[in-house]
Design a protein around this ligand. Structure first.
Ligand SMILES: Cc1cc2nc3c(=O)[nH]c(=O)nc-3n(C[C@H](O)[C@H](O)[C@H](O)COP(=O)(O)OP(=O)(O)OC[C@H]3O[C@@H](n4cnc5c(N)ncnc54)[C@H](O)[C@@H]3O)c2cc1C
Length: 454
């Protein structure tokens, strides 16, 4: 970085919880942020699931640096013990925070490409001295270009959900059946959505927190007058074991544990039937237009009216193609972070704190943070992201001691020998057993302390 590059802003991609926290942390360090947000408001992705209640209480989803920025505006922190919905999170914290940031947030700014100025991916010469160049489209579709000293990509993974297909590709016929397939947790308070599922047979594919939420919501619908006859077929790629429903009462986030228990109740009470070891290969239609799921083992399930696919979210890496990223080949998470969160190695679904060192790439000055940093791994928590951006901002400010001093205790899921708890990609569902080999409290660069085994 040369003198003129140092004067450039740090561009943050995405005004979600972690992108906004990144901006707050940069301001705390006297570094100018510019947040580019594709949507017309802050927290566009969170608003898309505004009907879903978080399993984290308010005390765990407000960033400390953001709170300092908000305090002079008279902002009052919501009751720390209460659980916000996605809509509450956006309305009572994220949008007010974006409003304080003012012109440092540009809306309708969809990033389409990031590179080194004048250096495509293969050019070495003088590469690190060049600023980053970011291409984006503004609200009227005009292409724009801006330069930055560093780039923090907090664009999440909401827009790229996984498919039904067991191979990770859409099943045969999945695209053609799009009119009856949703990739989102249904909002059953919305009249049109309620009518879509009330009294119908629905297949839910997936075994993470989102699938649990969908199963429990559809069971609740079945108990109401207008929902009589609602029935769910729950499709899992693995079998059902003690850990399938999460940590339950052992989960250090009680509301997260309760999600699994509500899903278990839906099955136990007969509102849902579980189909295990089923990898969807094809989606066919019967003569009534209902969908028949066909497994790789040629099993054909009874026809359903609707399918809800909740197999996990994936990072969109397409606009980072000109950068030299170091990504794990399985998870698509930064190489040094991946072993800490790989569901094949950590069956507990517990997350581990980490900072800029684990989030660095061969291309210096670019970071994937937040939900996107986890690639295809589940169990990302907002408080993990807040710690990520605290460390990165400290590093960019030259405070290497603060950047390396990562101390954060994260709540364990209480699950061992099974998969993680968030929306689960196939690898997670099928991750082998094993135990909580890694600690829940970790001091990077220092001795690890284990806070409980299995
Ligand atoms: C249903 C659900 C429930 C969850 N519950 C919890 C919980 O209880 N506790 C917890 O700790 N975590 C929870 N999480 C996980 C996580 O904390 C959230 O997903 C959180 O929103 C992640 O924040 P983020 O800033 O990384 O990404 P996002 O919230 O996805 O924000 C990304 C932003 O980037 C924007 N964007 C995307 N692409 C571009 C682009 N090309 N250019 C410009 N902008 C772009 C989007 O519009 C969006 O505003 C939950 C997740 C989901 C999906």
């Amino acid at each position: 970085m040369n003198a003129s590059t140092a004067d450039l802003p740090v561009v943050v991609i995405g005004a979600g919880p972690i992108g906004l926290a990144a901006a707050a942390r940069l301001i705390e360090r006297n570094i100018e942020p510019l947040v580019l947000e594709a949507g017309t408001t802050a927290a566009t992705a969170v608003r898309a699931w505004s009907h879903v209640r978080l399993f984290s209480p308010w005390s765990e989803v407000v960033d400390p640096a953001a709170e300092k920025l908000l305090a002079p505006t008279g902002w009052i922190r919501p009751d720390g013990a209460a659980y916000p919905s996605g809509g509450d999170w956006a309305d009572f914290y994220l949008q007010p925070l974006a409003d304080v940031l003012g012109e440092k947030v540009r809306y309708g700014a969809a990033v389409t490409g990031v590179s080194r100025s004048g250096r495509d991916r293969i050019v070495d010469a003088d590469r690190e001295a060049q600023p980053f160049v970011i291409h984006y489209t503004d609200p009227d579709g005009t292409e724009q270009r801006i330069h930055a000293r560093a780039v923090i990509d907090a664009s999440g993974a909401w827009a790229t959900p996984g498919p039904a297909g067991g191979s990770g590709l859409p099943a045969l016929g999945e695209k053609a059946a799009a009119d009856r397939i949703s990739y989102r947790i249904p909002d059953l308070k919305d009249p049109a959505t309620r009518a879509r599922y009330a009294g119908k047979r629905t297949a839910v594919i997936g075994s993470g927190a989102s699938a649990f939420t969908a199963l429990a919501s559809l069971a609740d619908l079945a108990k109401t007058d207008d929902g009589t006859g609602t029935h769910t077929t729950w499709i899992l790629r693995r079998g059902i074991s003690g850990s399938t429903f999460g940590g339950g009462a052992a989960d250090q986030l009680p509301a997260r544990g309760a999600l699994g228990l509500a899903a278990k109740a839906a099955v136990d009470d007969g509102y849902a039937d579980a189909v295990t070891g089923f990898r969807t290969d094809a989606v066919e239609r019967d003569t009534d237009g209902r969908l028949i799921l066909v497994g790789e083992d040629a099993r054909r399930l009874d026809p359903v009216d609707e399918v809800i696919v909740l197999t996990g979210l994936r990072p969109d890496l397409s606009f980072l193609d000109e950068l030299r990223l170091g990504l794990d080949e399985r998870l698509q998470a930064p190489t040094a972070l991946a072993p800490l969160i790989d569901p094949n190695q950590h069956s507990c679904g517990t997350v581990y704190p980490h900072g800029q060192a684990e989030l660095s790439h061969p291309e210096k000055g670019v970071y994937l943070v937040g939900m996107k940093s986890y690639g295809r791994a589940p169990t990302f928590l907002a408080m993990t992201g807040y710690e990520q951006v605290r460390s990165i901002a400290a590093h960019l400010a030259g405070d290497h001691e603060a950047a390396e001093r990562i101390e954060l205790t994260l709540p364990e899921t209480g699950v061992c020998g099974g998969a993680g708890l968030f929306d689960e990609p196939a690898a997670t569902e099928e991750a082998g057993g094993g135990c909580c080999a890694a600690p829940a409290t970790l001091t990077i660069g220092g001795p690890a302390s284990t806070s409980g085994g299995c």
